[in-house]
Design a protein around this ligand. Structure first.
Ligand code: TRP
Length: 334
């Protein structure tokens, strides 16, 4: 082990990464892996709280690994592993469960949302989801957790569990903090002018890294526009600004600027703009898609990746669990 700061994050195996995942998360993981000791975990056990079908899960785990690697996550640099391959996780989860209160778990936003969505399956795993997440993080005594806003509450709960453990049994865990990317955190707007790209909402308004060239073109060409600015200097409506934001991500700066200037002169042609954006999207996504597909279908390679990741994660986990059991005094042989 080296003494670089430790970063840990979990990736939900929902399959199909989209452009929002890429610019919002994966690209930042890729940057972090060079400077920090990174643990990036596929949260397959968390999936079981909502999706108990393991046959489907299998395909999603393969896909999410392949897509993340195709985006630049390097299994040699970071520890890239599956949660279920690190059984120490479940042991720590059990100890932390004794430090988590029913009241606070029931108040968690994600629990309330999911309980509403699956009233017939409000299982205990769903209730203790944040405890399992805390175990993932604390297992590596991670200091930094790169996650989106929707995970802040879980992270705060992880800090609480860490503090309760430290107070009761002795200092073992650092307080994990959200890793803030500052301006590197870009918003990826959806193509229908409503909100961000996300997997749950309008699929035609979201670009997936698995979309083929024709589908990418079709989605971009369907993006909402209007008759164009009526006069020079007209302010941009949101849905047009969004197209420019997408261009900023994948097009040459000079190209984007030329279209912005044309807009300001009220001479922009949205057909041309969308054709340009479509081609630049295709050029950006196609190589990632092809690489991901080659990795996803190479089961022997994926197996090696998972084994290597599990080895790295377990070696870190074993060290932490020795400290945990020592601190708790669970060493009756002595
Ligand atoms: N709950 C996270 C999500 O929904 C996934 C996750 C599981 C995670 N374990 C984690 C994130 C540990 C950060 C750290 O996206």
């Amino acid at each position: 082990m080296d003494n670089r700061p430790i970063v840990m994050s979990g990736i939900r195996p929902t399959g199909f990464l989209h452009l929002g995942n890429y610019f919002g998360a994966v690209r930042n993981y890729v940057r972090l892996q060079r400077e920090y000791t990174c643990f990036f975990m596929v949260a397959d056990l968390h999936s079981l709280t909502t999706h108990p079908d393991t046959q489907e899960l299998r395909g999603h785990v393969h896909r999410v690994l392949a897509e993340n690697i195709a985006c630049g996550l390097d299994p040699e640099q970071a520890a890239l592993y599956c949660q279920s391959h690190v059984p120490e996780t479940t042991e720590l989860y059990l100890y932390l469960n004794m430090l988590a209160y029913k009241g606070e778990l029931e108040k968690t936003t994600t629990f309330k949302d999911k309980a509403r969505l699956q009233p017939d399956n409000i299982n205990a795993g769903l209730l203790t989801y944040p405890v399992l997440q805390a175990a993932d993080i604390l297992l590596h005594r991670a200091s930094w957790v790169p996650v989106g806003k929707d995970q802040e509450q879980h992270l705060e709960m992880s800090r609480n569990f860490a503090n309760r453990f430290n107070h009761r049994y002795g200092q073992v865990f650092p307080e994990p903090q959200a890793f803030n990317f500052g301006e590197a955190l870009v918003k990826v707007p959806s193509l229908d002018g409503a909100g961000k790209m996300s997997k749950s909402e309008n699929q035609l308004a979201t670009l997936y890294l698995a979309d083929d060239d024709e589908l990418i073109r079709k989605k971009v060409m369907k993006a909402k526009t209007d008759a164009g600015p009526p006069a020079p200097g007209t302010p941009m409506p949101d849905y047009i600004e969004n197209l420019f934001l997408l261009m900023d991500l994948v097009s040459q700066p000079a190209t984007t600027q030329a279209f912005r200037d044309a807009y300001d002169r009220a001479e922009v042609r949205y057909g041309d703009l969308k054709r340009q954006l479509a081609e630049d999207m295709v050029a950006f996504i196609a190589p990632i898609r092809e690489k991901a597909e080659a990795i996803r279908t190479d089961r022997a390679y994926l197996a090696r990746v998972m084994e290597l990741g599990a080895e790295k994660a377990r070696s870190s986990a074993r060290e932490t669990m020795r400290l945990v059991r020592d601190a708790m005094g669970l060493d009756y042989f002595r």
